[in-house]
Every structure is written in C-alpha cells, then in structure tokens.
Design a protein. Structure first.
Length: 138
C-alpha cells in the first residue's frame, strides 16, 4: 500500500508543469549543457564590459524599437529545450557551444501579444545581436 501511495505521489509531481526559472538581473547563471546566460540590458549595468564576452545577445523590442523588459525566454536546439527562463531585463546573453539554436520570447506583461522568435548560430568571433520584435497584440 505504501508503494502505491509513493508511486501516486511521484506520478503527480511528474505531471506538474515545469515552471520557468526567474533570472536575477546582472548575475550570470550556468545551466546544463555547458550554457552560461545572464539577464541584463537596463540602466548602466548593460554597459558592463563582462557582457562583451558573450557571443550571443538577444534583445527584446516593440515595433517602435523601444526596449521591452520582463519576458519569458525559451532556448531550443532542435527539439531539445535548453533554457526556459523569465528575464526581468531587456537583454539575455548566452555563451553557447557551436550549433544552430532557436529563441522564442513571450511578453509577461502582455500575454495576448504574439511571441517573437528567431534562429541563430553563435559567431566564431565577436558578438551576434539578435533583436526580437514583438508585434502589437490584436
């Protein structure tokens, strides 16, 4: 009987939806698969020289090219979800292994707005800037 209760409890936990991790501002996080990320892009902290070492900079903007903050970000490589994060800033930076990636972002303050996405390959040198532009909600 105890095994049945334990198995039922474990099954219930596995059935719960995965919650996105909330990223702290300006504090690099190391994720699985040799990925490092940081949420930034607001005020003077966006000018921190450490951010130049990140080969990929994802920026979030509206149709008027104004920064948008507080987004939900999903990074995929093929069908594998590598990162599922909530970023309170206007940029997410990534240090990634070579490969082809897809980034999708959703506005947390306007869930009815369509998501923005792009596919990219990290550069061999320098920093690739990917701007995700959110269209106005209908």
């Amino acid at each position: 009987m105890a095994r049945l209760v334990l198995a039922s409890a474990l099954w219930a936990l596995l059935a719960l939806p995965v919650q996105a991790a909330s990223m702290p501002m300006d504090q690099p996080l190391t994720l699985a698969n040799n990925i490092t990320t940081v949420c930034t892009g607001i005020a003077q902290s966006k000018d921190d020289p450490r951010w130049e070492a990140y080969p990929v900079r994802i920026e979030f903007a509206n149709a008027a090219n104004q920064y948008i903050a507080d987004v939900h970000v999903t990074l995929r490589q093929g069908s594998n979800v590598l990162a599922d994060l909530d970023c309170p800033g206007a940029w997410v930076l990534f240090q990634l292994p070579k490969g082809r990636y897809q980034i999708t972002a959703e506005r947390r303050d306007a869930p009815q707005a369509p998501p923005a996405s792009a596919t990219f390959v990290p550069p061999a040198n320098g920093q690739k800037r990917v701007v995700l532009v959110f269209k106005a909600a209908k």
